[in-house]
Design a protein around this ligand. Structure first.
Ligand SMILES: [Fe+2]
Length: 193
């Protein structure tokens, strides 16, 4: 049985609370508001706890780690890719991997690819994305080949990944009322081990 480093859930909650002061990329909502809106959309749609948790944490790589490690952000180093920098989805997934289920980690890791998939397969989807999200899609690899599309579509968890992605895209409403971060604390404490 792996011992849990003390206070990881508290550190995560602290990072999320602090992210209320951080703008979500070029969007006009904060990182925290975005996470809360995304999780609430998932719960409202009847998603299971793992999927809700993935929605809450999907962008943790955007605010809980050193952003010099992240290349797929707007207004970063002017397109210069810091040596060793990786996507926020990869860094975020690695951060939470020791503490959550494999499916939650996978859903966080795949959320940029889910956007690439939808851009490649869903007519009109690309046009619905914000300019910032369109820009990072290019940084994250652009459109998928037919092979890549088929490989992703065959994954048993990919349906959940697409649901997360749609809520992610919708979770940018300025001034939308949501439950506070504290409302998710029981779920975090129950699922974060
Ligand atoms: Fe997001």
């Amino acid at each position: 049985m792996a011992a849990q480093p003390p206070g990881m859930t508290d550190r995560l909650l602290g990072a999320m609370a602090t992210s209320a002061a951080r703008r979500y990329g070029l969007e006009r909502v904060s990182e925290l508001a975005h996470a809360l809106q995304c999780a609430e959309l998932a719960r409202g749609a009847g998603a299971d706890d793992e999927l809700i948790l993935a929605c809450l944490l999907h962008d943790v790589g955007r605010f809980a780690v050193d952003q010099a490690l992240i290349f797929d952000r707007v207004g970063g180093a002017g397109g210069h890719r810091h040596h060793g920098a990786r996507g926020h989805h990869e860094v975020g997934a690695d951060l939470i991997a020791p503490y959550v289920s494999e499916r939650v980690t996978w859903l966080v890791r795949i959320h940029a690819d889910a956007k690439r998939y939808l851009c490649s397969t869903a007519p009109g989807y690309h046009a619905t994305l914000s300019p910032a999200s369109q820009h990072t899609m290019t940084l994250q690899g652009g459109l998928m080949s037919p092979d890549e599309v088929a490989r992703h579509a065959a994954h048993p968890w990919f349906g959940a990944a697409l649901r997360l992605r749609r809520w992610d895209d919708q979770a940018k409403v300025i001034g939308k009322e949501t439950a506070p971060l504290a409302a998710w604390e029981p779920l975090l404490r129950a699922r974060f081990r």
